[in-house]
Ligand binder design. Structure first.
Ligand code: ZN
Ligand code: ZN
Length: 109
């Protein structure tokens, strides 16, 4: 999947107590999730694709329930664009992801 990188992030659900970064996996099939610079998440195993704006996240830190991120937490996630760009030396991709996530955050207001 060109332009897609493995989705390592802390949990974007507001108030979640798990602050560790982790590789997210697809609840339906267990495959690793990837992110592209348009802020879509894609499963590397079954190929399902979701907008970050419509994705729900589950982890023990917020009680193992599917919950959606808030505008603020999406905005915070835009920092991962910079992280990924540094890791993969793909600065243009990181900047595009940051812009896409900021648009998602603004669409929540
Ligand atoms: Zn899947
Ligand atoms: Zn969580």
């Amino acid at each position: 999947m060109s332009g897609w990188y493995k989705f390592f992030s802390r949990c974007p659900v507001p108030g979640c107590e798990d602050e560790g970064r982790k590789l997210w996996t697809h609840a339906n099939c267990g495959g690793a999730m990837y992110i592209n610079c348009a802020a879509f998440l894609g499963c590397g195993t079954c190929g399902d694709i979701y907008s970050v704006a419509r994705s729900a996240f589950i982890c023990a830190g917020h009680g193992n329930e599917f919950s959606q991120p808030s505008a603020m937490s999406i905005f915070y996630m835009s920092a991962i664009g910079g992280d990924v760009a540094t890791t993969f030396k793909d600065v243009g991709w990181g900047l595009r992801l940051q812009a896409s996530l900021q648009q998602v955050a603004e669409s929540f207001r």
